[in-house]
Design a protein around this ligand. Structure first.
Ligand SMILES: C[S@@+](CC[C@H](N)C(=O)[O-])C[C@H]1O[C@@H](n2cnc3c(N)ncnc32)[C@H](O)[C@@H]1O
Length: 289
């Protein structure tokens, strides 16, 4: 039988990558080799869009010039990271998600004497504070240890500071109310000089840590993991890696919450989880997964 034509062709005859795409891959390789930030498995179209903005910002004609800066200017990685990581967040973002956590997940969590909650890709802390406030309102905070992790050290510092512009508070307050909030959001922050500083007592059970879903391992057993609006930036393989970490860290019958545009459906780990609140993208790890 004849071999398929494609297999017979020399690799040189295959459609070549555009030079710009070769440079992009080499830039990501340089970032990984030199700094161990691994963006090689991110969804390429959006990485390319964001690095094109960086290329313009740093007045580089090509990705290769950007690569040269990354390799030879020690401060460059810190300046490039904000382009590579998207920091959009809100307190009680998608209130229906937090309402489902409150009404459907919390009754299960109340049966445990102690709890560990992992907020993976916590960015500047809005998702974390939403959970701590919700847990305080539901009487679970004092028995819970929260791990808040991200690869962006600057974002983690903001999360630890817990200071947000007062102009955002109206939205946060409305989200909190829609999530079923049992108190006034103003109970948790002090307003001064155009900023709202969240009470430091909210951070007393929180461990902030640099952790990458692309390169790091499981570090604790958790009862609830929330990883929202992070997997959308990953390709399928990297999504599987991250979901594998969540599977590895969750206790049996533990809960996993994703963002509104994210799903486990296409993951190779899908069988390890059951839908718990389908609309709100909350899953429960199966007993023997
Ligand atoms: C759009 S924000 C989501 C913030 C928050 N989870 C939310 O839903 O509001 C995405 C976050 O994922 C983080 N991130 C990107 N790649 C990551 C990785 N490999 N491991 C951990 N966090 C990552 C980014 O630094 C950023 O803070």
């Amino acid at each position: 039988m004849d071999a398929p034509l494609n297999a017979a062709l020399s690799p040189r005859a295959a459609i070549p990558l555009k030079t710009e795409d070769i440079e992009l891959r080499l830039l990501l390789e340089a970032v990984f080799q030199k700094y161990h930030y691994d963006f090689r498995g991110y969804a390429m179209a959006s990485v390319k869009r964001r690095l094109s903005q960086a290329r313009e910002h740093f007045a580089c004609a090509t990705f290769s010039q950007l690569q040269d800066l990354v390799l030879h200017d020690d401060g460059m990685m810190g300046r490039l990271l904000p382009f590579l990581t998207v920091q959009v967040s809100e307190l009680f973002r998608d209130p229906a998600y937090f309402r489902a956590i409150r009404e459907k997940v919390v009754p299960h969590l109340k049966t445990y004497p102690s709890l560990k909650v992992w907020i993976a890709g916590c960015s500047t802390g809005e998702e974390l504070y939403s959970f701590v406030i919700l847990f305080r309102e539901e009487g679970l905070e004092s028995r819970t240890l929260f791990y808040a992790t991200d690869i962006n050290a600057e974002a983690l510092r903001s999360a630890e500071a817990g200071v947000y512009g007062l102009d955002r508070i109206r939205l946060f307050t409305e989200n909190h109310r829609l999530s079923g909030g049992r108190s006034s959001l103003s109970d948790y922050y002090t307003a001064a000089y155009g900023a709202a500083s969240f009470d430091k007592s909210l951070r007393k059970n929180v461990v902030f840590s640099d952790h990458s879903l692309a390169t790091d391992a499981v570090f604790a057993e958790t009862h609830l993991t929330s990883c929202r609006n992070v997997l959308i930036y990953f390709d399928r393989e990297l999504q599987d890696r991250a979901i594998g970490l969540f599977k590895g860290s969750l206790a049996h019958k533990g809960f996993l919450g994703l963002g509104s545009k994210e799903t486990l459906r296409f993951s190779r780990h899908a069988d390890a989880f059951a839908d718990f609140a389908r609309e709100e993208r909350i899953y429960q790890k199966r007993e023997r997964a």
